[in-house]
Design a protein around this ligand. Structure first.
Ligand SMILES: [Zn+2]
Length: 255
């Protein structure tokens, strides 16, 4: 493997991620919730920050950009401007663009819904997906700016990636997501297995990330809104998948 990934906590429950190209020593931070923990993680490894890949404009994803850019003079990559208020950007990207981090190639997938500008970064060779606040383990982001059909389409784009890809998401929300999912999907054996694993990891104070996309496809009810059994459980037999997804999201909001 030519890439190394480091995972750490920023703010309360945001994940910080570094992806490092062993060959060229280029290192990208995926989002920048706050500068301090990112600088510490870089110092621990002896890495220099060359790039920041931003997924969306929320403050808990861009709060550290200005300080990191000043310190490292790194390149800042952000979604193409639609609604966006992201400052200090060197390169704007849109769906299908490929961002180079040294020799590593990050493919941009537009995944709007949580915000209108949200993108995910897919490193195909490394089988790695950075989905930020679109797809969480056993959950998904709140739909703040887009619509339920828009968010469902975005989740379908991520679901289309191979089962052996690893999911790195924006927040440690897995335990809360599991608790909710068990209320609407209690008989799902894959979910039950994930629930046990998450309880063990949290008890050991370990992150629940990454998870395998194949496991998410089986255990994450938000990726299964087009399954008749899920619609039936919500008393929505025959309903449109996006409507079923919307109902799931509404119930989670109230949970
Ligand atoms: Zn967000």
């Amino acid at each position: 493997m030519a890439a190394e990934i480091r995972t750490f906590t920023c703010l309360n429950d945001n994940f910080g991620y570094l992806i490092h190209d062993v060959e060229t020593k280029a290192t990208a931070s995926i989002d920048a919730p706050e500068a301090g923990p990112i600088i510490k993680a870089l110092e621990r490894e002896g890495w220099q920050l060359t790039d920041i890949l931003i997924t969306h404009h929320h403050g808990d994803h861009v709060g550290g950009v200005a300080e990191l850019k000043q310190k490292f003079n790194c390149r800042v990559v952000a979604p193409h401007d639609k609604t966006t208020k992201i400052a200090n950007v060197d390169l704007r990207v849109a769906n299908g663009d490929v961002v180079k981090v040294g020799t590593l190639l990050g493919r941009v997938l537009e995944t709007p819904g949580h915000t209108l500008d949200h993108v995910s970064y897919v490193f195909d060779t490394e089988k790695t997906l950075f989905a930020a606040d679109t797809l969480f383990s056993i959950g998904c982001g709140r739909v703040f700016e887009g619509t339920y059909p828009m968010m469902w389409d975005s989740l379908l784009k991520l679901r289309a990636l191979p089962d052996d890809f690893k999911l790195y998401c924006g927040h440690e929300y897995t335990a809360s997501n599991v608790k909710f999912a068990l209320t609407v999907d209690p008989d799902n054996a894959a979910l039950q297995a994930r629930a046990a694993e998450v309880a063990r990891l949290r008890a050991e104070n370990k992150p629940t990330i990454p998870s395998l996309l194949g496991d998410e496809k089986r255990a994450n009810v938000f990726l299964r809104a087009d399954e008749p059994a899920v619609a039936a459980r919500l008393h929505m037999k025959g309903a449109d998948a996006a409507a079923v997804f919307g109902e799931l999201r509404e119930r989670k909001n109230k949970s």
